[in-house]
Design a protein. Structure first.
Length: 126
């Protein structure tokens, strides 16, 4: 089973994840909303701000996949999206998707108040 940490307070993010939830088989993916208690994050040594900045997915071996790699892992579990996995693994497409995803993720993070608040919370715990 894979575990996906997602920003359920982001309208676009939750729409996409809810779509994946509807089309995935039961008990194939554990969906963890980041607004829920953060015990899972602590157990995985994952900071909330990092999880909010980039999509994180943990595979069945316990390895984390971040950003585009997390989407590729999710798509590998969804029959109708397996073609996307192969497309995004193509060398030039893979590098370009990382570049554009990281730009987009940073812009999204900086425009959402709950994301910026996560940085303030982490500072107060130091």
């Amino acid at each position: 089973m894979i575990t996906v940490y997602y920003d359920d307070l982001c309208g676009m993010c939750s729409k996409e994840i809810n779509f994946y939830k509807r089309i995935s088989k039961k008990n194939l993916i554990k969906w963890v909303p980041l607004s829920s208690p953060l015990d899972n994050l602590k157990n995985d040594n994952l900071k909330l701000s990092d999880a909010l900045l980039h999509l994180h997915a943990k595979d069945s071996a316990g390895k984390f996949h971040v950003g585009v790699d997390a989407f590729i892992l999710i798509w590998s579990q969804l029959p109708m999206f397996k073609f996307l996995r192969f497309f995004f693994l193509m060398p030039i497409i893979y590098q370009l998707s990382h570049f554009f995803y990281n730009k987009f993720a940073l812009k999204r993070f900086n425009n959402l108040s709950h994301c910026k608040l996560s940085l303030d919370k982490e500072k107060s715990f130091k």
